[in-house]
Design a protein around this ligand. Structure first.
Ligand code: SF4
Ligand code: SF4
Length: 704
């Protein structure tokens, strides 16, 4: 006997399932929902035990929801750097969402519509029929197919291709369980559907369920009769239902929680995370600066830990990891999560969060390895804010006196002399002596551009050439500019990032006072690090009179001067060049095109390295990297120069162009140690421009 041969296009929701089994199913569904709800509640309660987050996380909520929905629904970050991952994740995401919505619609029809019409109209009615049913079935089958195909690709990449970034020390059973259980849910849904179609003798309208219909045809061809299908169906239906109910209950307790936590994390993200670091309250006890135990992390940071999907994108772009330093950003996030879970479950004793000597959750050397390049944050699809947490752990190390000795020396130099070299303050402006014109003193006269020269262009011989080149360009353009001479001090961007917040605050006060004493329109910096902190961090303190809009990097100013015709450069360089985006100019501040436009103006043939713009690979100098010694193989600078030599298209690159004094220093070193001296030269954009002007012989207002 066939249980049903529908007249209208529809299907029974519980075909072949008796009333007792149906009641059991409802009971288990309620249980699963309760276990799910309790799990979510417990997670939220755990976040509430974290500290308050110093930043507004839910301001302008409607805009946050809109932008987060766009990020999540488009899967845009999954496509970055890995198109295949973007495609399979989109298939799985939209397939999962469609199947979830389809289940909700079905439940609504079953529990609300049918019951409601029975009570109000006296007859049980259903909208799950006719055209609605046909459209529903087609869409669900189509999206379910994408879901299964997407998961098939994910399984292939994890287990056959063994994509490296998917595996790590925190890879565990749950990673396999997630993809396999979802895959089995998708496949199980089609098998159940196929069996029902065989059992109901292939209703004509079921061709819209084209995947299920195909499964039914295959099964029937293989000898499955309608009676056998009907007999086997309940067992298959139950296995599918139990898997689905178990999965729902498991969501808040394992990796599937990322379907919720990742959206929450994207929603509460700080757009300026890492770019401007949160300060330390003036009345903070030194023992409370930086996390000592897990409760010292803010609720947002605890959410960060839970949102991690172990995708390994951060690890795969981390220059510190690539260089063999003891840092893997994914492991840091997951070590903290695991420690919290173990502590909560009584599986471990309390230990310091970060310390030297191997007795802590995170080793000091791991945190010191971070170059603050922000590549991890740029790559993270769920907007985890690594750099903020890492800096706070560095603050703890600083407060407990466990700072790297070389960094400590640099900090002492800054404290005593206002520069990281430890050279006398009076020597800061010595670089001007080789010029055949006077560099104006911004302290004595109003200027359009107040030029903050910075430590490296002031004290480092190689970078002094960069400073002189920029001075020549300003002269050539005939602009009013001036410098602070001895009144400059280290800007402090990296002082802050190695965790020396107290010293940083002193630098803010001193530099802001010196700059505010001058009459200027725009602050222009040679160094992207100074640019970042002047633009994004200084204005958050009381002292400065300027805003972010008053600060520019020299590449922006020179680009404007060229565009307005105030500076003219003959396109005279017939060289193949490549450009390295400094982290603090590119990823930190989205300045990508101005430097390239300036380079093009020289006539140089600009060839891009594969990792360009936001995917740029750090030189190794940021976050205090310039002051530290690590065993690295290869150094980040060597790896980057190799990329320029081996991986660019077209003519061999003869010039490796940079726009950052720290990059100049790091790449000059990498050029020697990596054996690239015969391949290319390191030049700053200022030097390239001056060379073009000299080669072309004409400027607007002056000879350089
Ligand atoms: S900021 Fe850069 S160096 Fe630090 S963990 Fe992230 S990717 Fe690695
Ligand atoms: S931190 Fe972000 S990028 Fe890194 S593994 Fe976790 S989710 Fe992936």
């Amino acid at each position: 006997m066939r249980l049903l041969q529908a007249e209208a296009a529809t299907r029974p929701t519980f075909w072949g399932i008796g009333p007792v089994e149906k009641a059991l199913f409802y009971f288990l569904a309620a249980l699963s929902t309760l276990v799910f709800a309790y799990g979510v509640y417990a997670r939220v309660q755990r976040y509430r035990r974290g500290t308050d987050d110093p930043l507004p996380r839910l301001d302008d909520l409607s805009a946050r929801i809109r932008s987060s929905a766009r990020i999540v629904l488009t899967n845009q970050k999954q496509f970055d750097r890995d198109r295949v991952a973007g495609i399979w994740h989109t298939f799985v995401f939209w397939g999962f969402l469609t199947l979830f919505i389809a289940t909700v619609i079905l439940a609504f029809d079953e529990w609300v519509y049918r019951t409601g019409t029975a009570a109000l109209l006296g007859t049980r009615q259903s909208f799950f029929q006719g055209d609605f049913y046909l459209s529903y079935s087609f869409v669900v089958d189509a999206m379910g197919l994408l879901f299964v195909v997407g998961l098939g690709v994910a399984i292939y990449r994890r287990y056959v291709d063994r994509t490296e970034r998917l595996w790590g020390v925190h890879t565990s059973l749950e990673d396999g369980l997630l993809v396999w259980s979802l895959f089995l849910l998708g496949v199980g849904g089609y098998l159940t559907e196929g069996l029902r179609i065989v059992g109901t003798e292939f209703p004509a309208h079921e061709t819209v369920s084209f995947v299920g219909y195909f499964v039914a045809l295959v099964a029937s061809t293989a000898g499955l009769s309608a009676d056998l299908a009907e007999a086997v169906y309940p067992a298959l239906w139950w296995s599918h239902a139990l898997l689905a109910l178990w999965f729902v209950a498991w969501i808040p307790y394992g990796k599937p929680f990322h379907v919720l936590s990742s959206f929450a994390n994207v929603l509460t993200r700080d757009e300026q995370a890492g770019v401007r670091l949160p300060g330390v309250p003036a009345d903070a006890d030194p023992d409370d600066i930086g996390p000592s135990d897990i409760e010292d992390f803010s609720w947002k940071q605890l959410l960060d830990h839970d949102a991690c999907t172990k995708c390994g994108r951060c690890s795969s772009v981390c220059p510190a990891k690539a260089a063999g330093r003891p840092l893997d950003p994914r492991d840091v996030i997951l070590d903290l999560k695991e420690y919290r879970q173990d502590l909560d479950a009584g599986r471990t004793d309390e230990v310091p969060i970060v310390a030297d000597g191997g007795t802590s959750v995170i080793d000091a050397r791991t945190m010191e390895s971070c170059l603050s390049c922000m590549a991890c944050m740029d790559a993270c699809p769920v907007e985890i804010e690594h750099v903020t947490q890492f800096t706070e752990m560095n603050r703890r190390l600083t407060e407990s006196g466990e700072m790297d000795p070389n960094v400590q020396d640099s900090m002492m130099n800054v404290f005593q002399h206002g520069n990281t070299f430890g050279d006398p303050e009076r020597e800061r402006p010595d670089w001007v002596e080789d010029l055949d014109f006077e560099v104006p003193d911004a302290r004595d006269e109003p200027v359009e551009f107040l030029w903050y020269v910075g430590d490296y262009p002031s004290y480092d011989e190689r970078n002094r050439a960069v400073a002189r080149s920029l001075a020549r360009l300003f002269e050539a353009a005939g602009v009013d500019y001036g410098i602070l001479y001895e009144d400059e001090q280290t800007a402090g961007n990296d002082v802050r990032r190695v965790g020396e917040e107290g010293l940083y605050e002193v630098l803010v006060e001193d530099n802001a006072a010196a700059i505010d004493d001058c009459d200027y329109d725009t602050i222009v910096t040679t160094d992207p690090h100074a640019f970042n902190t002047f633009k994004n961090e200084y204005p958050e303190f009381d002292d400065p009179d300027w805003t972010a809009d008053d600060v520019a990097h020299y590449t922006q100013v020179v680009d404007d001067l060229l565009a307005s015709g105030r500076l003219q450069v003959p396109a005279s360089l017939a060289e193949t060049v490549t450009y390295h985006d400094p982290c603090h100019l590119g990823r930190y501040n989205d300045v990508y095109e101005e430097p390239r436009e300036v380079i093009r103006q020289t006539g140089g043939d600009l060839q891009e390295m594969p990792r360009n713009r936001n995917e740029s690979f750090c030189c190794g100098g940021g976050g205090g990297g310039l002051w530290m010694d690590f065993d690295e193989d290869p150094k980040p600078s060597e790896e980057r120069l190799r990329e320029a030599v081996e991986d660019t298209d077209g003519e061999a690159v003869s010039r490796f162009v940079v726009a950052c004094p720290m990059c100049v220093t790091m790449f000059e070193d990498g050029r020697k140690t990596g054996g690239f001296e015969d391949d290319l030269d390191i030049v700053d954009i200022t030097e390239l421009l001056v060379e073009a002007i000299e080669a072309g012989g004409a400027t607007r207002t002056a000879e350089v």
